[in-house]
Design a protein around this ligand. Structure first.
Ligand code: ATP
Length: 902
């Protein structure tokens, strides 16, 4: 496959030649060179899939059953020379298409903005320092660092690879991860055999690597396969799709009914075709809930945006619905419930306990024993702690304008700052020597090891990791007299003591006489290490997480903490954030010996899970789901992907999460914060309520109108509301008022209700009853006013105008009823409404005044001015309606409460 002539084929070159060919240096490019290359090669981005043109988007709005009906009606009315009707129908069709067009555009914008928030970042070396850049800004020659879980940002020629495996199915179709290394391969090797390369868009399944960018953007292998990334997500969820299908079948049913009615009227009842045709058009327009799909889509778009404002980015839209029904949230600890701003607070050697002082990641602070300040000169073991902490470490400390910042893992940042405090060497302590090899940290084995070449040429292995793991690997321990055989039980006691305060405990170990060679493997560690001691790090809980946990409990949602940390630390932090049950802790080892039935029993009552690995998370999700719970699960690592996929709502961390976890998740948290999950659940419940409200609001209008027409037809009266007036009501006032519901804020008790059952129907019995009752009231109100007006001897046009206005007034009052389906509507704060509601009401009221009193509109819609007192009467009908339907609701709520109390 040919690449751009400017970008060399590097897979067959040696590492050195590849660096030369790409004009790169192992320390990375200088920033001015990056700018120059960016101008030459362009951003590292694939061209956007072609968007539908504006015209096509507008035209596609006409592809809709109702529009066909209306266009057909326009043709028939034109043939009958009813020009005004034709004009109005066409105008309504165009306005409707315009509304659809604008709304669709806004929905697409919302989705595009969210995709933008998920833009991947990449770790590079530039100007000799590690930094994180937007993947779009990579240029050929950049040195990129990748680790397990990353999506490869560009085509990379490997310079260094440790235990590296890549999943290249999107390029080669091969689903088994391929092992990679830096050795050159044959020039004509097939893509799948180019083991010296990592290709853009593939996933790092294991290991770490460093590579030089060989191709970016369209020049990458994936760039050659055009159209691959052209997937477009539409704004819909299963519920909304079902409503769409429902609306479509309802339309077809109504059209068939209308055609039958037309045939009956013409052939059996021998009515005039023209008059009857308009009645049937009126019926079709009245009964079809044409605004519903549009308003539901807007409701979703508003929900997606509201969640994004709360730092919860929805990747898969159905999650909006699922989130509302979440009954248990399983959360990671570090960074989600805690701040992930770590600081070394204590050290434990075999002889003494030290306390470490300081501020954030600043490498300055004092070390004390009791109240006495000590240093490495008087306590040589401190230097041992510091060397291991600094060298078995991938983080970089940098001084920002106001404070010290870190690049990399916060815990490693804290260790680096601590090493700076002991050595007095600032941000880069012990910078001499070089790293020969490393075993990267993995949540499954819980340690990290490096083989380090000292400045004198000797080699040392430094290891840091979970205390139980390291203590088991050590043969002896450092002490004042040099070394002594290790005393595991004493160490375990110290671990418990430190962990009980909520400190994360880490052990540090060393092997001085390293084996020959430049490669490190686990066999070099077990039983050869010398324990230096323990490090206690503090990571305080996030205050907002404490409040959010309390909110979850009020909302009937159980919160469970699943952490890789030690059980005593986990229990202490669990207690600080207010978990319900911190008495019993289940560890990964406990989970291992349980069968599925035992686990689902235990998982239900336990809230703290410690020393778990990603495989345990998957079992826990399944166990909780088996109990009928809707589970939200957080994750960040590549191995968390299966659990995230399995959970009802998989939630990935936006900052520290791997691409693999983000891609498996439904939701990504921009700030990694537990409080954002709870905000998303609240929004999820609100969106679901609003979808319900839109439906409860829309259906009575349609049913009331349709029944009014059918009854009028059967008793042989003229229509109480003409076809064009119904068009106006449904498409103009209906959509305007319906949209107000899409913006409804959460009801006050949103987070004080228990979660919705997983398969609960959308509307409960009471709500279906409300719809039926409201439809009946609408029928009575509209028909009542119409009959009253005719009885007064008013002309037909006035009676129809009054009936139409009554319908709109009822819609407005119904809106105020529907806004509070769980609480009372007739309270001042409920009736006060929101800005959006009043804006919509004002717009609709103005519209009604125009259609009723403005002469050109009167001509178009066949209306006449309504006398003042009749206007008051119409508003009174609305008020009476609200009083009646609200009383019914309160009666039912009170009845339910009393039954529940019994
Ligand atoms: P959570 O799952 O809540 O985010 P965690 O970050 O504590 O918890 P892991 O990342 O799985 O969980 O870490 C488990 C343990 O592994 C830690 O308690 C610590 O002892 C050890 N550990 C974590 N990071 C490193 C690292 N970079 N190097 C060595 N050991 C580590």
């Amino acid at each position: 496959m040919a690449t751009d002539p400017q970008l060399p084929e590097t897979h067959a070159l040696t590492v050195q030649d590849a660096l030369t060919a790409t004009g790169a240096s192992p320390d990375g490019l200088a920033s001015d060179e990056v700018r120059r290359r960016l101008a030459t090669y362009g951003p590292n981005r694939l061209p956007e899939p072609p968007k539908r043109s504006a015209l096509l988007r507008f035209v596609s709005q006409f592809h809709n059953v109702l529009i066909y009906v209306l266009l057909g009606s326009a043709v028939v009315t034109a043939a009958l020379a009813h020009w005004i009707d034709t004009g109005v129908i066409l105008a309504v069709v165009i306005v409707n298409a315009l509304i659809g067009y604008i709304q669709e555009g806004r929905a697409e914008e919302a989705m595009a903005a969210i995709r933008g928030m998920l833009a991947p970042h990449s770790a590079v070396l530039r100007d000799g320092a590690r930094q994180s850049v937007d993947a779009d800004d990579l240029v050929p020659g950049d040195i990129v660092l990748v680790e397990a879980g990353d999506r490869v940002p560009a085509d990379l020629r490997l310079i260094e690879a440790r235990g590296l495996k890549a999943e290249e199915a999107i390029l080669t179709g091969e689903s088994v991860p391929v092992e990679k290394s830096s050795g050159p391969v044959a020039a004509d090797a097939a893509l799948g055999d180019r083991t010296s390369m990592l290709f853009s868009g593939t996933l790092v399944a294991a290991g770490t690597a460093r590579g030089v960018v060989a191709a970016t953007g369209v020049h990458t292998q994936i760039g050659h396969i055009s159209g691959m990334l052209a997937e477009v997500e539409t704004l819909t969820t299963p519920l909304v799709r079902q409503m769409d299908v429902f609306a479509r079948w309802l339309s077809i049913f109504i059209l068939l009914l209308a055609a039958l009615l037309l045939a009956y009227g013409y052939f059996v009842d021998h009515r005039g075709f023209a008059e009857f045709f308009m009645a049937v058009v009126g019926l079709s327009v009245a009964a079809i809930p044409e605004g519903l799909p549009a308003v539901l889509t807007i409701t979703l778009a508003v929900g997606v945006q509201a969640m994004a404002r709360r730092n919860a980015i929805v990747r898969r839209l159905p999650a909006i619905e699922t989130l509302g029904s979440v009954s248990v949230i399983c959360s990671d600890k570090t960074g989600t419930l805690t701040r992930n701003e770590m600081m070394v607070a204590a050290l434990a050697s075999s002889d003494a306990i030290y306390t470490v002082d300081g501020d954030g990641y600043s490498p300055e602070g004092v070390i004390q024993v009791g109240h006495e300040t000590v240093d490495a000169a008087s306590h040589p073991i401190l230097a041992e702690f510091a060397r291991a902490a600094a060298l078995c470490n991938d983080a970089v400390l940098a001084q920002g304008e106001t404070d010290w910042r870190i690049e990399g893992d916060p815990m490693e940042g804290a260790l680096m700052a601590f090493a700076g405090k002991v050595s007095g060497e600032g941000a880069r302590p012990f910078a001499g020597g070089r790293r020969l090899d490393a075993i990267p940290f993995d949540a499954a084995h819980r340690y990290m090891a490096v083989l380090h070449e000292e400045t004198d040429g000797s080699a040392t292995i430094y290891v840091k990791g979970a205390p139980e793991v390291l203590i088991a690997m050590c043969a002896d321990q450092l002490c004042a007299a040099g070394t002594a055989p290790i005393d595991p039980s004493a160490w375990h006691e110290t671990v418990e003591r430190l962990a009980e305060n909520g400190q994360r405990v880490l052990a540090l170990a060393v092997r001085r006489a390293a084996p020959d060679g430049e490669a490190l493997d686990p066999g070099h560690l077990a039983h050869h290490l010398t324990l230096i001691g323990l490090v206690g790090l503090i990571d305080p809980p996030r205050p907002e997480a404490i409040a959010a946990v309390a909110e979850c409990h009020a909302a009937g949602i159980r919160v469970k903490m699943i952490t890789g940390d030690h059980s005593a630390t986990a229990r202490a932090i669990g207690a600080m954030i207010g978990l319900t049950n911190t008495d019993s802790v289940l560890t990964g080892a406990d989970i291992e010996v349980m069968n599925d039935a035992e686990l689902s029993e235990a998982a239900l009552v336990t809230d703290v899970f410690a020393r778990t690995s990603p495989a345990h998370k998957l079992r826990l999700v399944t166990a909780l789901q088996a109990r009928g719970l809707t589970v939200a699960m957080t994750g960040d690592g590549v191995n968390d992907a299966p659990a995230l996929k399995r959970a009802d709502a998989g939630i990935a961390m936006g900052q520290k999460g791997s691409e693999a976890a983000k891609e498996a998740a439904e939701l990504v948290l921009a700030d990694d914060n537990f409080a954002s999950i709870v905000a998303a659940v609240r929004e999820g419940r609100t969106v679901y309520d609003n979808i319900k409200k839109v439906i409860i609001w829309t259906l009575p209008t349609n049913a009331g109108e349709a029944m009014t027409i059918v009854i009028a037809l059967f008793i042989g009266m003229s229509l109480p509301i003409t076809a064009v007036q119904i068009l106006w009501v449904n498409l103009i006032t209906g959509v305007t008022l319906g949209v107000a519901l899409a913006f409804e804020p959460s009801e006050p008790n949103t987070m004080r209700r228990p979660p919705r059952a997983r398969h609960a129907p959308l509307l409960d019995g009471g709500q279906i009853w409300s719809i039926a009752l409201a439809s009946a009231f609408f029928l009575c109100g509209v028909f009542g006013i119409y009959v009253y007006a005719l009885g007064q001897g008013y002309p037909l046009a006035l009676a129809q105008t009054m009936a139409m206005n009554t319908l709109v007034v009822l819609e407005i009052f119904h809106l105020f009823f529907v806004r509070n389906i769980y609480g009372a509507s007739l309270r001042w704060d409920a009736a006060r409404g929101t800005k959006v509601v009043w804006l919509c009401v004002v717009v609709v009221t103005l519209g009604q005044f125009l259609i009723t009193y403005l002469p050109p509109m009167q001509t178009l819609f066949g209306t006449t001015a309504v006398p003042f007192f009749d206007g008051v009467l119409i508003v009174a009908v609305g008020a009476v309606y609200l009083a009646l339907i609200e009383t019914d609701k309160q009666m039912r709520l009170a009845f339910r409460r009393s039954v529940e109390a019994v």
